[in-house]
Design a protein around this ligand. Sequence first.
Ligand code: SF4
Length: 694
Amino acid sequence: VVEMGQPERSVITTCAYCGVGCSFRAEMKGDQLVRMVPDKNGQANHGHSCVKGRFAWGYATHPDRITKPMIRKHINDPWQEVSWEEAVNYAAGEFRRIQLKYGRDSIGGITSSRCTNEETYLVQKLVRAGFGNNNVDTCARVCHSPTGYGLKQTLGESAGTQSFDSVMQADVVLVIGANPTDAHPVFGSQLKRRLREGARLIVIDPRRIDLVDSPHARAELHLALRPGTNVAMLNALAHVIVTEGLVNQPFVDARCEATDFARWRDFVSKPENSPEAMGPICGVSPDDIRAAARLYATGGNAAIYYGLGVTEHSQGSTSVMGIANLAMATGNIGREGVGVNPLRGQNNVQGSCDMGSFPHELPGYRHVSNDAVRHQFEQAWGVTLQPDPGLRIPNMFEAALGGTFKALYCQGEDIAQSDPNTQHVTAALSAMECVVVQDIFLNETAKFAHVFLPGSSFLEKDGTFTNAERRISRVRKVMDPLGGKADWEATQLLANALGYKMDYKHPSQIMDEIASLTPTFTRVSYAELDRHGSLQWPCNDAAPDGTPTMHIEEFVRGKGRFMLTGYVPTDEKVNSRYPLLLTTGRILSQYNVGAQTRRTDNVAWHEEDRLEIHPTDAESRGIREGDWVGVGSRAGQTVLRAKVSERVAPGVVYTTFHFPESGANVITTDNSDWATNCPEYKVTAVEVTRVYQP
Ligand code: SF4
C-alpha cells in the first residue's frame, strides 16, 4: 500500500473500525491502494470521516501480516508453515479427535465483530451444523450483549431505534456512558452540529468528556456519577418523571403493557429511588438529577445515546432496560429525533449479533429452543440442531479450567488481550488441547494456539457490515487476500475438512441464504444493496426499502414492557487497600487493543495509555504529571504513566486500553453482567502508587 500517486479507479467500501460504518472510496492505482476518501454519498457519514478511517488502513499490508497457515503440536514448539489443506485437515482432525474423546460439547467457536456478516454467519453455522453444538459466542459478549438482552426484553428487538441523522431532529440529547468525540467521531461531529443549532445536552459520565466543555456545544448538565451507579441514577431520573407528573400517559396507555407500567411506576416512586436517596450513592446533587429528568421529559424530542459505559457493568442489562423505560415513559420513542441509541464499538457488533453469534440464538435473534425456527434451519442446513443454548465465552473458559472444554476456533478476536482478567483467560487457553486462531496478525491469543490461519483484512474480501443504526453496507474487495483466502473461504474449507459440506462461490450467496432464513433480512441482497447504497433492517416485504426508525406504530414485541430495575451495588467495592475506582475508555487515534492502529502512521500522534488521576489524589500519593505509577487491583497489577487531570473526580481514576504494555485487562476483574456475562470493565477498585519519576 502506498499513500501517493494519482488513482486510476476507486471502489466504494465501508470502514472497518467503529460502529458508525462510514462509507469510503478506496482509490486504486493498478493493484495498489493509494488513499481512502470519505464517500459523499455515504448514508452514515455524508462525506465525513475521522483519522482512523481516513489514514489508519496501512496495517493491511504491514510486514507483521501472517500470510501462511501454520501448525505446531505444542505451544512451546516453533511454528511450521504448511499449506491451507494441511492446516485445516490438522485442525479438523483435532476437533474430531477431541469430540470423540471428550464429547460433542467439548469444542466451540468465537465469531468476530470485525468480520463481515457473511463470515460470522458461516462460523456460527459451522459450530451448530459442523460441530453439532451451540458453543458459539462473539466478542460482542464483552461489549454490547446487555444491549441485545435489555432492548429485547423491553422493546422486542435487540437493536438501536434510530438513524444517526435522526439526531438532527432532537431537542434534547442525553449521552450516558459514551464518548462519541473519541469513540464514534463522525457521529460525534454530527451531534455537535445539532448542539450548535440549539439542542440541549445532558452528559451522565464519571469523566468530564470532551462534550461537557466543547465550544458552542457544551453540556447544560454534567452528572459526574461514581462508576457503577448507572442504575441508581436511572431510577432517580425515573422517580422524578413519575412523581412530578412528567409521564406521557397517552403514549404509555396506547403503547405499553399496563400492568408492567403500573408495577414500574410504583417501584420507581418509592422514596428509596428518589434523587435525595440515590444522589449520595451516585455522588451527584439531587438538584442536578431533578433538573436532568425535567429537561429530558419536557424539552421536546429527547434522544438517548449510550455506550460501553452503560453495558460493561454487573448491572449492564439493567441499565439498558432502565434507559428503555425512560424513553417509553416519556413517549420519546417511535419517531425521528428521539429513541434509544446504543453506540456500537466495533464495525460489525450489530451484524455479528444479528447473524446468530450468541449461543442461545439463531440468526435474527430467535431462540434455539424454538422448535419451528430450529426446524427451518435444520431443513436448510441438512442437520439436526441442538435445542439447548451452548456455552458463552466465560463459560468456555470455566469449562476449559474444569477439563471439559478442550478446543476452540477463534476468528478475529484477541481474547487473551481483550477479555478481562488476563491471567484467567490465558490459564483457560493453556488448558485446551487445540486452539485454532484465524487473524491477520500473530496476536496475543496466538501464543496459545496450535493452528494459525491467516485472516483477511476488510480490503481483501466482499461482504457486508451492519452499523449501529442497523445499516447494512457493502464491503468490497480491493485487493486479493494476502494469505490466499478470505475469512469466509477459510471457514468453508474447515467445514468441508470436518465433513460438513459448504460450497459457496461468493459471499452474495451466503447473504441470499441469510435472507431466506431471517425475517428481518428477506429483501436484502447484494443487488438491492447496490441499488439503495445501503439498507437498514428490518428490510422485508413490509419494509422493502428498509427501516430507518423502529417501533413507530407499535413495538416489535407488540406493547412496550417496563422492566423493574432494582439497584444492586457492584461487588467491586473500595476499601482501605483499594480506595480508588478505575474506569476505562478510548482515545481518538487508536482503536480497541490497537492491533491495527498501532501498525499505522497514527502512532505519530504519540498517544499512549495513561492513568488520569485527580490532583488531590495525585498529591496525597506524591504523584506528579508523567510519573510512572503502579496500579494494583484484586486481579493483578500494571504500570502506567500518570496524567494529573481534573477530568476525573477525586476517588476516580481512568485509563484507555489500546497498548498491550499498559495491561489494562490484567487489573480488570471477573465481575460480569448478571444477565449476559458482559465483563464489568468499567469498575475496578484499585490503589495507585508512584513507581518512579522520569
Ligand atoms: Fe471509521 Fe468510525 Fe472513523 Fe467513521 S467514525 S471513519 S467508521 S472509525
